[in-house]
Structures are given as C-alpha cells and as structure tokens.
Ligand binder design. Structure first.
Ligand code: GDP
Ligand code: MN
Length: 383
C-alpha cells in the first residue's frame, strides 16, 4: 500500500527525519489559514499516488498565502496526468508546506531488492530527477548497499557509501544519520519502499526531505490498523479498491478474460492456461477457501466491473469449498446481472455431482479439465 506524501512525512518525522513544516487540507479556507500560518512562502502539492507531480503541474511554489490558496482550490478535484500515469488521478487533498531553499538535490531510498532477496539502501547525488533516468544515463551515480538481515548496516559501510555516492562532505554526516533513521522507519512500518527525492541540501547546509514516498507491505497491514483504514483509497485501480472493501484478493492484469478460482495456486494455473490458449487474463481473483454463495456472487460482480471483459473462466477445486455452494453463488450472481458474455467452468472435488446438477441447463458451460476450459473460453470470447 502506497502512502501519500503527507502520511509518509508524518511517519518519517516520528523517526527523526527532518521534514518541512506543513499541513494537508481539502478546502480553500483551511488552505488559506495554513499558508498564512506558514508565513506565505509555501509550496502547494497535490496528494496523489503517482510520480512526476512536479511536471504534471501538481507542485507549485508561492510567496503569498492568497495565491497559494487559489491554486490549492483549483487543484482540488482536478485530474492530474503524468507520463508514468496517463489515466491520471483526481486530487482529493493538497499538502501546503513551507518552501525550502534548495542548493542541491539528492536521492536516497530504502527498498526491497527482490533479485538479491535483501533490503538495500540506494543513494545518489543526482536527485530531483526520476531515478530511472539516472539509472539509464549515469548508472555509476547510484550507489547500492545491501542491509544485512542479521546485523543491519555498519557505520563504516554507510560512511563509505555516502562518500562513494559523491554526497558533498558537509552533508555526509547528516546523510548517514538520515539513512539510519530511514532504515528504522522502514523496518518498523513493515515498508517495502521508503524514498526521498529530492533530499534537499539548503544553502546553510541542512539536509531535509522535500518529498517522501513510503509503501507498506500489504501482508503486514494488519499490524498497521491506522493505514489499513485508508488502504482502499490508496488502490490505484478502482476495481482493486472495491476488492479491498469487499475483502477479496483481486489484481487487475489488463486483459479481457475474467478469472476466478479458489486458492492462489489454482488461480495462477488458470492464468497460465488462458495465456497458453492464446488469451489475455483480465485479473487474478482468489475466492478463498470455504467460499459461500454470497461471496462467490460478490466475486463475479467484481470481475464484471471491468468493461473489457469478453468471457469468464471459473476454476474451482472443491476441498473445504463445496462445489455446490460455488455453483449456487455463480447462478445467483448471473441471474441478477444479465450476463451476455460466455462463461466456462471447470469444477471438481467435494460435492461435484450436486454442483454439476445446479449448473445444468444454465448459461454456464461445464468443462472436464482446466486446459479444455481455457481453450473453450478463449474460442468463445474472441469469436
Ligand atoms: P514529484 O514531482 O511528484 O516527485 O514531487 P516533488 O515533491 O519531488 O516536487 C517536484 C520538484 O519541485 C522537486 O524536485 C523540487 O525541485 C521542487 N520542490 C518541491 N518542494 C520544494 C521546495 O520546498 N522548495 C523548492 N525550491 N523546490 C521544491
Ligand atoms: Mn519527488
């Protein structure tokens, strides 16, 4: 789950990372109050979960509170579009923060490197721009160090890394301290990314996080109840957001054949079989074990929210889940929704005979194997 900039800064500040004073709001009156209280020299920043807000017109500096508040008002409710996010996102809140005088911009991050299966620290003196650009044009400007899972980072390693990254001498000590605090915040929050870009060096030599991005590992959200409450707002895909509300494991995959199965492994197999049959999976959806009719119905509704869906594959292996329960749920959902696209189901396992009987005579085509089901749905969907 990605946190907004203001949430990220609140979190990091608790761990001693210097951040600019500021407050978040969703209306003009408060914006004016905040900007006035901060003395008028403020930066107004759209709180949307996408990169490149600066270039998209979502970050602007002001020298008086009234024009800052006017801009805040214009920004709230507007859809911001960037190169990274062509569909764009609507601005619901803005952060109003004191403007920092910036002499130099650095990049610093703690993240999970899946290739080496360790957390790492990334440092670069080439901050402010997208790190992907630096990685492409000047990869040597990025220093990466793994964080040992047993003993963490040693001071000498950190000092060397900061030096190797060409962080200027006067900022090196502060950078070492900041990284230690970022790592503590990262571990404590069960994050899989903490990124400061730009990490600003002021003309009087102070290091401060001008921007911040934190992402929390979704599997640890139960330990962070205050973020869990806002996790549906944070989903980038509207169907994924609805899935969070419904407590269903759903991932949008961009194709056009909807997939539903019980158990992550079975769903993944279904995705593979659809691809092997020449189809494009629209989603990952795990109904879960012991799924009851109501829940199955809720899952089918979710799949059908995607306007690109041309067909649905259902792959159920009844163990704890009774196949007749699933069949009832599927029929209930379809009877209320006037579904005109083809639906193929491979059902097997506990109470399969009862399940097949329930589906008999309905629009749902039964298939004997997953491969046969995938082949049939691909043929029907793209006919
Ligand atoms: P992003 O484009 O979504 O990453 O948003 P940022 O918060 O990084 O802002 C974009 C750019 O605006 C930064 O790289 C800075 O150059 C500039 N900026 C943001 N806050 C300040 C500030 O307080 N002072 C100054 N001088 N520039 C800022
Ligand atoms: Mn930034």
């Amino acid at each position: 789950m990605k946190l907004h900039e203001y949430q990220s800064k609140e979190l990091l500040a608790r761990f001693g990372v210097p951040v600019p004073a500021g407050e978040v709001t969703d209306n003009y009156d408060e914006a004016l109050k905040i900007a006035t209280a901060l003395g008028g020299n403020v930066v107004v920043k759209a709180q949307v979960l996408m990169g490149g807000r600066g270039k998209a017109g979502g970050v602007k500096l002001f020298t008086d509170p009234a024009t800052a508040a006017d801009f805040a008002k214009d920004l709230i409710g507007k859809r911001l579009v960037s190169i990274q996010n062509p569909a764009g996102m609507v601005v619901e809140k803005v952060l109003i923060a004191e403007t920092i005088d910036i002499a130099k911009e650095f990049y610093v991050a703690v993240l999970l490197d899946r290739n080496i299966q360790q957390n790492i620290v990334m440092i670069s003196a080439e901050g402010g721009v997208e790190i992907e650009e630096v990685a492409e044009h000047n990869p040597n400007a990025i220093v990466k160090i793994p964080i040992n899972p047993a003993w963490g980072l040693c001071d000498f390693e950190l000092r060397k890394a900061v030096k190797d990254a060409n962080i200027p001498k006067e900022a090196q000590g502060q950078m070492v301290v900041m990284i230690k605090n970022l790592v503590r915040a990262y571990i404590d929050a069960d994050a899989d990314m903490v990124e400061i870009n730009p990490c600003a060096l002021t003309p009087d030599g102070k290091l401060i996080a001008a921007d911040a991005k934190v992402a929390i590992d979704d599997n640890a959200l139960f330990r962070h109840k205050d973020y869990e409450a806002t996790s549906s707002d944070a989903a980038e895909d509207p169907i994924e957001a609805e899935a969070v509300n419904r407590g269903i494991a759903y991932v949008s995959l961009g194709g056009d054949i909807g997939i539903m199965g019980n158990g992550a492994g079975l769903v993944m197999q279904s995705l593979d079989e659809i691809s092997a049959a020449g189809g494009r999976p629209a989603n990952f959806l795990d109904v879960g074990g012991g799924a009851q009719a109501e829940r199955v119905k809720s899952c089918v509704e979710l799949i059908l929210m995607d306007p690109n869906i041309k067909g649905i594959l259902i792959n159920i292996f009844g163990g704890i889940t009774r196949v007749d329960e699933v069949a009832k749920g599927v029929l209930a959902a379809f009877s209320e929704m006037e579904v005109t696209i083809p639906v193929v189901a491979r059902i097997e396992g506990t109470a399969v005979e009862e399940g097949r009987k329930i589906l008999e005579g309905s629009q749902i085509i039964a298939a004997p194997t997953v491969q046969a089901a995938a082949k049939t749905i691909v043929e029907l969907a793209y006919a």
